[in-house]
Design a protein around this ligand. Structure first.
Ligand code: KG4
Ligand code: ZN
Length: 348
């Protein structure tokens, strides 16, 4: 059976075709980064409108590319939540209308479940159970993935997501949005030891995170080091100061993420770690996690970046698993901007 996957929870429009026998046939993602760049963050209304514009043409193009028509689709999976309400409604409406017209099953998927199952699409794939670190612009969570549909939240951020902290700090340093990659690059020419930034919650005996204080520490540093720019009312520090701050900030976040991953492996007794989400592309994070894994004796999986960041392939895969077990939705559909992952039924 061919499953059409649809992702529209935030600022990426994704469509995918997944064959329950042959696996992933193909997928495409349109990123709205350029659309939101001038605002320095995602503008929900602009996101929804862009999903409306893109979704149907993207579905048509993907079907045509693989030589299929809508009549070949046997089921549809869409991201039902969590995410931006308006953006979710676009994917839900398209999925439900198409499903109704074609009389085929439609299932609403939890976005984080899709992320957690996404490593199964890459090779080598981890085996159940495994620990997953989800680190993106919207999520920072450690999960125990025990079996399909059986997830325990081990810890999460109490304020900003790791990617959000990278983006906000990058903005303070005058870097363009989304700032994570730009900050990581700047950090390469910096001295991480010059400024000792806080390691929030590192010594606490739990698996939670907090990153907003780190951003405040950077704001204070830039104020202290900066010189007043004539006529603009702003302060600006030197390029070397900025590089040193970027390196110190990156090291602080990476320290905390690495230590909590090791603790999660210890507490669960599991031997595999999956790192997913845009921040998982950070080179320093990979170096540190790999070193920690070597030392502690666990395996680390980094799925390809295109499957780590938001996409519909992971939604189609989760949908295929749920549809196979007769778990489909009913009309009228609803978007679930807030949705507890623990409330999902097992897939079996
Ligand atoms: O998973 P993702 O593509 O999308 C969503 O959050 O929806 O993650 C994007 C986040 C952004 O905050 C971006 O700044 C961050 O991942 N990011 C990075 C790097 N590449 C992307 N952060 C640190 N270092 C990187 N190399
Ligand atoms: Zn996501």
């Amino acid at each position: 059976m061919i499953i059409l996957g649809i992702e529209s929870s935030c600022d990426e429009t994704g469509v995918a075709l997944y064959d329950t026998d042959a696996g992933l046939l193909g997928h495409t993602v349109h990123s709205q980064v350029a659309l939101h760049a001038e605002y320095g963050g995602v503008v929900p209304e602009l996101a929804s409108r862009d999903h409306i514009r893109r979704l149907l043409p993207m579905i048509s193009a993907l079907l045509a590319k693989h030589g299929y028509s809508v009549r070949d689709i046997g089921g549809i999976a869409y991201t039902q939540g969590p995410g931006l309400a308006g953006a979710l409604l676009v994917g839900g409406s398209v999925a439900s209308a198409l499903g109704y017209a074609l009389s085929i099953p439609v299932v609403g998927i939890h976005h984080l479940e899709a992320h957690l199952l996404s490593p199964l699409l890459s090779s080598p794939a981890p085996e159940f159970p495994f620990v997953a670190l989800l680190v993106s612009g919207g999520h920072t969570q450690l999960m125990a993935v025990k079996a399909p549909g059986d997830y325990d939240l081990l810890g999460e951020t109490r304020d900003d997501a790791a990617g959000e902290a990278f983006d906000k700090t990058a903005k303070l340093l005058g870097l363009p949005y989304p700032g994570g990659p730009a900050l990581a690059e700047l950090a390469q020419s910096g001295n991480a030891a010059r400024f000792r930034l806080p390691r929030p919650m590192l010594d606490q005996d739990n698996l939670d995170f907090s990153f907003s204080g780190l951003k405040t520490a950077v704001a204070n540093l830039t104020q202290q080091l900066g010189t007043q720019q004539l006529g603009t009312g702003t302060t600006e520090c030197s390029q070397q100061d900025k590089a040193d701050i970027a390196a110190g900030f990156q090291e602080a976040i990476v320290d905390v993420l690495t230590a909590k991953c090791v603790r999660a492996i210890d507490t669960t007794g599991m031997s595999q770690l999956v790192v997913a989400g845009g921040v998982g592309a950070n080179r320093r994070l990979r170096i540190r996690i790999d070193a920690a894994a070597d030392k502690a004796g666990f395996r680390v999986f980094y799925p390809p970046v295109e499957l780590c960041t938001d996409n519909a392939a992971m939604v189609a895969l989760a949908g295929a698993m749920r549809i196979k077990h007769g778990q489909t939705g009913a009309l009228p559909f609803s978007a679930r901007p807030r949705w507890d992952l623990d409330s999902l039924p097992a897939i079996a």
